[in-house]
Write a protein of this length. Sequence first.
Length: 159
Amino acid sequence: MKINPRIGIVVVFASVFCLLTGCSEEKKKPHMQEVTGTIENISANKVTVRSFSKKHNKELKFDVEVNDETEILINGSIASIKDLKIGETAFGSVRIVENDDDTKTITAVKVRVERAEVLKAPPAASGTDDATADTETKDDAPTEDDGGADSDHADDGGE
């Protein structure tokens, strides 16, 4: 069986070309990345985020697309893009796709925001104020040791 030398040359050139330029399929494969940043702008389906990049050693600003599949959590509760606020710190997982025109499409898969919520006091027990009255009487009632003349703690007059 005889191999045509032209086919061998074409295969070699194709292999070298792929090695030098990189395979386009590899370049366009989406990858996941964890991102932390400050929300700068919010629109109907996009959030602008400012984040410090260790790789580039500078602060970057980029748009992140938000779609129906994006999971948004605020203090662990399910939320929507409408619930996000400018200036908040967001933690997220994003999918990055390199486009043919050398741009990147960044889509949020999961966004998490932790807010410092003011805790509200639990509602008072209905019907009785006896518990409050008892504690006030016990704590505020004068005793013999509160500075009376017979007490060891009597005011010495500044001595």
